[in-house]
Design a protein around this ligand. Structure first.
Ligand code: URA
Length: 435
């Protein structure tokens, strides 16, 4: 088999066979096929697309490029959750202990933030002492003992995806639906999940800017699940504004703790209850989403999800006293308000801009080896639909980089679009694509 022939075939709109896909993934992982040929193939796929069968074959080829985590020693249906990434998305911090408190085993590997989006692992590391680098045996043991463990994804999972993603990032081939769908699902399947709940973000802070694109990605991932026999449900959700009010690692942990205590923002709570009810059904501990949601609401009210989070922090070496005393989390030395230049209603928030501003304050990484400042970020004071007077506060910037404050305040202010008419409230849950 020759790589040239695969590129030629795909360029002309042909369908690659499973053997051809395995050939290029194995060769690329082993280093016997060069970047320039794989780049050409990625670009051909970008323009010609892939059939459902090709996408499923690509997914499984990437799964098999590394090690598979075997979660069979953990009783029950293991349900994983993945978000395609957004701004202020601290859902996992609430959802994981919540569904674990309902009896769904949570053995979850998560990633770090890059660019304008955050990552669960960075958020957890803002809790003093929290260890995200577990060995697979310790990870499995902890799930068996307390029903939950969260660890950083290791390089042994789908290494072909890691290499391909880095190549796509520099060849303008990230935003291809079959390539994103196979990339996301390969990592989840290799992590040992029996069933997967996908939160597909849509809007100004997401990869997928339009409802149509988000819906197509959600359908492509659920179709992969059907072909490779993993139950998947995808929920398309709004990322046209940050989720909750806090953006930045320790700030988001504080907001997640408030939500676990029943005091958090309405949108975050609603998203966790919606996603959680699907996870209970996928995990076969709930009959239907309505009764599962009632159960999750009870668990939140009884403080069971908060107790589970306490157990998780202690088991992974963290300082669980942050639960009662969130002021023990890292706190920035400098704070500055962004104020409204005019009176009116907040019509929209440019979420990508808020994410970029938080990154410049130190909350995120411009490139993968950058260090982050756990205390940095932005807390919104106003959300779409709210009324503001001229000079009223829109958000507060938190940073340890005093020299960045003025420039970031100038960058962040135009993120708030103000109109004289009261805007319609955006819908949070846009579509559900089921198994
Ligand atoms: N996230 C991933 O994991 N893969 C992609 O291709 C895009 C976003």
């Amino acid at each position: 088999m020759q790589m040239y022939d695969l590129i030629y075939k795909k360029r002309n709109g042909g369908e690659l066979t499973r053997e051809e896909i395995n050939y290029f993934i194995q060769g690329y992982t082993a280093g016997t096929i060069p970047d320039y040929q794989v780049s050409a193939l990625m670009m051909a796929i970008y323009f010609q697309g892939m059939t459902g069968q090709e996408t499923a074959d690509l997914t499984m080829a990437m799964v098999n490029s590394g090690e598979l985590i075997n979660l069979e020693q953990i009783p029950g249906t293991k349900v994983d959750k993945h978000s395609t990434g957004g701004v202020g998305d601290k859902t996992t911090l609430v959802l994981a202990p919540l569904v674990a408190s309902a009896g769904v085993p949570v053995a979850k590997m998560s990633g770090r933030g890059l660019g304008h989006t955050g990552g669960t692992i960075d958020k957890l590391e803002s809790i003093p002492g929290f260890n995200v680098n577990l060995q697979p045996e310790a990870f499995i043991k902890q799930v068996r003992e307390i029903g939950i463990a969260l660890m950083a994804q290791t390089g042994i999972i789908a290494p072909a995806d890691k290499k391909l993603y880095a190549l796509r990032d520099v060849t303008a081939t990230v935003d291809s639906i079959p390539l994103i769908a196979s990339s996301v699902t390969s990592k989840k399947i290799a992590s040992g999940a029996d069933a997967i709940l996908l939160d597909v973000k849509c809007g100004s802070g997401a990869f997928m800017k339009t409802r149509q694109e988000a819906s197509a990605l959600a359908k492509a991932m659920v179709a992969i699940g059907k072909m490779v026999n993993r139950r998947m449900v995808a929920v398309v959700t709004d990322m046209g504004q940050p989720l909750g009010y806090a953006v930045g690692n320790a700030l988001e942990v504080k907001e997640a703790l408030a939500t676990l205590k029943g005091e958090g923002p309405a949108d975050l709570r609603e998203l966790c209850l919606t996603l959680g009810s699907h996870m209970l059904v996928l995990g076969e501990v709930g009959q239907d989403t309505a009764s599962a949601r009632d159960r999750l609401e009870d668990l939140l009210k009884q403080g069971k999800a908060l107790q589970k989070f306490h157990q998780l922090i202690e088991a992974q070496g963290g300082d669980a006293s942050v639960i009662d005393d969130p002021d023990k989390l890292p706190e920035a030395s400098f704070k500055c308000s962004v104020t409204s230049p005019e009176e009116g209603f907040i019509a929209e928030i440019d979420t990508m801009l808020v994410g970029r501003a938080a990154m410049l304050l130190g909350a995120g990484r411009a490139s993968k080896d950058d260090l982050i400042d756990h205390a940095a970020g932005i807390v919104l004071t106003k959300k779409p639909g709210d009324f503001v007077k001229k000079g009223e506060e829109l958000a507060v910037l938190h940073t340890n980089r005093e020299d960045a404050l003025d420039a970031v305040a100038e960058l962040a202010a135009p993120a708030f679009k103000i109109t004289s008419d009261s805007p319609e409230k955006p819908q949070l849950i846009l579509e559900t694509i089921g198994w």
